[in-house]
Design a protein around this ligand. Structure first.
Ligand SMILES: N[C@@H](CCC(=O)N[C@@H](CS)C(=O)NCC(=O)O)C(=O)O
Length: 223
């Protein structure tokens, strides 16, 4: 199985399945390619997909789109317990994952994922602020109702945490007022071995994509 991903520093959608693979140490070969490069496009053109990353290739299947890849990996490796076992928790986990996948466009546009940069004083629009509030409500709701068994949204690490990890990366780049429970969840994500590995790779990656860098005063983030 091969997972094609984009740059560690910028490819938020790639981070999600990569994190799941890394967290569970799955036997998946990772091929990282530079976003927008001819090499990536010609690689993607060899497969049926939307010409975007991430893309998972198996001997018999091509799976594109981050959430579909996560689901496929979870089905292929059920020992990962990709979704909560209990039915209601599982439905909520799927709901919040789908919400992540289809929403939060203002935040995404205003704060592109960039693991290397902190933008002091960046002011979010009203729409993006509302999205940030909604995200924090989701995290609190999941933690309060379903998180008793561990530090992740549903206790143990699930697809929902993989889906929201790039949001935690975005939160590192801006000043966001957080309650203690939200801070604790962000720390769980940031301090997990798999996320630290992703950030290290982003920091050490030589490529820079100017279009994904905000033209604002910034400071360098460390791991
Ligand atoms: N819905 C897709 C989004 C994938 C996506 O937009 N990937 C970006 C990189 S993070 C990409 O490939 N961009 C290249 C392009 O749009 O040409 C998913 O969840 O996987």
């Amino acid at each position: 199985m091969q997972l094609i991903i984009g740059n560690y520093n910028y490819s938020s959608w790639s981070m999600r399945p990569w994190l799941f693979v890394e967290y569970h140490r799955l036997p998946v070969e990772v091929l990282k390619m530079h976003l927008g490069s001819e090499a990536l496009l010609s690689k993607l053109d060899q497969h049926f997909s939307d010409r975007k990353v991430p893309l998972l290739i198996t001997d018999t299947a091509e799976v594109w789109d981050s959430l579909a890849i996560l689901d496929f990996l979870g089905e292929h490796y059920p020992q990962t317990k990709p979704w909560p076992i209990e039915s209601e928790a599982r439905a909520v986990a799927r709901s919040v994952s789908a919400e992540m996948h289809s929403s939060f466009n203002a935040l995404r546009a205003e704060v592109p994922m960039n693991c290397r940069r902190y933008y002091p004083g960046l002011e979010l629009s009203h729409s993006a602020q509302k999205e940030v509030q909604r995200i924090m409500e989701i995290w609190s709701y999941c933690r309060d109702r379903f998180g008793a068994g561990g530090p992740w949204l549903f206790g143990s690490f699930t697809i929902a945490d993989a889906m929201y990890a790039p949001v935690v990366m975005r939160f590192r780049s801006v000043d966001i007022e957080m309650s203690d429970d939200i801070k604790a969840y962000c720390e769980t994500v940031n301090h997990s071995t798999a996320v630290k590995e992703w950030i290290d790779r982003a920091l050490n990656e030589p490529e820079k994509i100017e279009a994904a860098e905000l033209d604002l005063p910034s400071q360098v983030l460390n791991s």
